[in-house]
Write a protein that binds this ligand. Structure first.
Ligand SMILES: [Ca+2]
Length: 287
């Protein structure tokens, strides 16, 4: 019995320690305190988000928030999601913290992305710094579709500052994809590295997941997160949906899962079990 209680307590503590609040979070909540649906995301700055500053700012086209969100496995999700309204669209929002060249540390970024169709359109989540220019401000991206130099349209790829080559890391599909990017950032020049997990199967333990792609020898600085969709003149431009943006200092902080039972409930069950055991003992002794 004592051994069982120890196991339960260790389990509770492990579960509790896995719940770490992310630095940045946007589940695209709708309604009071959240986003307004049916209008452009541009100019919206709901109080339901964490770690952003100012409002979403677009450079072209439109994204809106829909009331239906994306879901992935046991990932904690809520609210709606952001989707491109079909025209050439790029929209970003500043973070409260700028991760400049003097920053040193490990960050994790996660997001959900669902393509409506696999094709030539460029659909991407981008990190920019100081502005929205492809050539000078875009620092890192995960994208599918055309306009990724030298790649076919049906892959996912990552890319660093514009002008360098893109690297494919798998076939694109129309499922809800979850991406977790580990950013190991150094204050030394040319010493940043990234590790990508596409559709991690274990949201609790990073090491149980297969690394999809990684790269080193980079310099990544960013002050905003950007959503992009460029159908490139296609007849049926379709759309792309993004949801559950999280930036944190640990894998678990950007991959939250519900606790199977709260620690308090488990402790209560243990206490009830002990009471029952003692009663049986008392009856055996008394009878
Ligand atoms: Ca959501």
């Amino acid at each position: 019995m004592r051994h069982f209680i120890s196991l339960v307590l260790v389990g509770c503590l492990t579960t509790m320690s896995a719940q770490v609040t992310p630095l940045v979070e946007d589940s695209f909540e709708t309604g009071t305190g959240g986003y307004t649906t049916g209008v452009n995301l541009n100019g919206q700055a709901p109080s339901s988000t964490t770690g952003f500053t100012g409002s979403w700012t677009n450079t072209s086209g439109g994204f809106q928030v829909q009331s239906t969100g994306l879901s992935y496995g046991s990932l904690v999700t809520s609210g709606g999601a952001a989707f491109a309204t079909g025209s050439n669209a790029r929209i970003g929002r500043l973070l409260q913290t700028t991760y400049d060249s003097t920053f040193s540390g490990t960050l994790y970024f996660s997001f959900l992305m669902q393509l409506e169709s696999v094709g030539g359109h460029y659909q991407a989540l981008e990190f920019h710094n100081g502005g929205f220019s492809d050539g000078t401000h875009r620092q890192f991206l995960i994208a599918s579709g055309g306009n990724i130099t030298g790649l076919s349209n049906d892959v996912f790829a990552y890319r660093f500052t514009d002008g360098t080559s893109s690297t494919p890391f798998g076939t694109a599909d129309t499922n809800v994809n979850m991406f977790v990017v580990k950013l190991e950032l150094s204050a030394s020049a040319g010493s940043d590295s990234i590790t990508i997990y596409r559709n991690p199967t274990d949201l609790l333990v990073e090491g149980n997941n297969t690394i999809t792609a990684n790269a080193s020898g980079q310099d990544i600085v960013f002050d905003r997160i950007t959503l992009a969709f460029f159908p490139a003149g296609e007849v049926d431009p379709s759309s792309v949906t993004f949801d559950e943006l999280r930036l944190g200092t640990s894998f678990a902080s950007v991959t939250p899962v519900p606790e199977p039972r709260s620690a308090a409930t488990l402790l209560g069950l243990v206490a009830l079990g002990m009471v029952g055991l003692n009663r049986r003992r008392w009856r055996q002794q008394g009878g």
